[in-house]
Design a protein around this ligand. Sequence first.
Ligand SMILES: Nc1nc2c(ncn2[C@@H]2O[C@H](COP(=O)(O)OP(=O)(O)OP(=O)(O)O)[C@@H](O)[C@H]2O)c(=O)[nH]1
Length: 200
Amino acid sequence: MAKQYDILFRILLLGDSGVGKTCMLRRFTDREFDTGHISTIGVDFKMKTLEIDGIKVRVQIWDTAGQERYQTITKQYYRRAQGIVFVYDITSESSFQHIVKWATDVDEYAPEKVQRILVGNKSDEEPRRRVTREEGSKVFILFVFQSFSRVTELVLQAHKRDVDNLLGSLDDYLNKAGLDESGQDKVGSIQRVCGCARIF
Ligand SMILES: Nc1nc2c(ncn2[C@@H]2O[C@H](COP(=O)(O)OP(=O)(O)OP(=O)(O)O)[C@@H](O)[C@H]2O)c(=O)[nH]1
């Protein structure tokens, strides 16, 4: 039987209880919308196949419970995700403030290459908006900054041995140069270089 997709990705929906994660997912996969709120218990998932640039991508979207009491369970799903959708409700300031906490958990438990987006849901409730678009963009920019910082950390870890060797040989050089009075100038310039290296 022919394979029905070329690649499978796992995407995780995260955000406080009631922000509308289940509704977003149902709208995307079944084109339906529920007005009632039945809290998700633990995790649930739905699948959908998309065709992007001729590639059949099967997305498995994990809908997680926003309630605190399920977080030990939901965190177990982070490490298998390739994408994270952080969701807040534009009418709820606290759901927006908690995005930082969700993002911190993702930093801790998800793979380093995980891609993230931020969604401000319930945009039909514009008159009740409590989170401005500017605030939303600021957090989005913070995500970009954190991604770059994280990549830098990972590159550093991967090259840690080289950095340690470099610092070790500079220390040796400084010790030797320190014994030689004529080496004063060199010591000063190398300490400056060394100071930069240690900032890493
Ligand atoms: N006005 C409006 N209401 C929405 C929207 N999306 C969801 N809701 C309502 O918000 C409530 C909560 O939606 P859910 O999708 O169950 O919320 P959830 O984030 O999955 O909640 P947990 O499962 O507890 O984590 C429901 O009453 C929905 O009808 C939206 O775009 N606009």
